[in-house]
Design a protein around this ligand. Sequence first.
Ligand SMILES: [Zn+2]
Length: 250
Amino acid sequence: MTRLATPSIIACPHCQQLAVKKGVSSFSTGGLTRWSDGYASSWLGGTLFTRCWSCHGVFWLEDAAYVGDMPYETQKRPGWFARLFGANEPPEISENWRRAFPIEPPDIDAIVVGIETMSRDVTKAMEQRHRRLLWWKLNDRDRSERRAVHSVSRAIIDTHEENNLLRLLELSIDEGAPTIETVEILRELGRFDESRLVLERVDQNTTGLEIIAKKIAVKDSRVCVIQESDYLRSNMLGGDNGQEDKEFKG
Ligand SMILES: [Zn+2]
């Protein structure tokens, strides 16, 4: 089950508009479609970077001043019936806090600004998490159910797609033991021979390895589904998404 930690209030570093940052303390693993690039359909991992709802400036959450924690009770006002039987009224919070905007995952333009303005102090782990967002957004073009809603400018693709993958490759190699991510990046870069060699050194029980090996063999560099839960298959995909099912089965 997805559970949210206490939301905190932060201030946009550009205009001081308040924003609510919901911390995810755990997330559901039910109903997942997992993709070869690590993207999962119900992924709720913490956002590092966002666009201000008020001034449209983009900022790293780390750079935003922490203002306080939103009391849990303010999030849901008890109904009249509950109040009649003594349920507490929510504590008063200031108008500013009430108008705080919820932090949304960044759109692709904001992610690109994040990469272009990344400070030298950013840790490798944070850079990696941020670059994965761009990788996933760009790969959305090949996630069939989303193809229609995601248009990405040619300029972003030309300037960032390959460079982003090359930097992610460096970061994943830095991690030490070869991972399925290293295999996948090399495959998506079209470096199939290297990808196959690294794949042989990855833990052979890794989910999706067999599917990725087949894609390497036919020199297919597009992102692909590596795992679907039965829940998702029976409840959401229904009968009209045969193409994706077929692709998954290889
Ligand atoms: Zn702002």
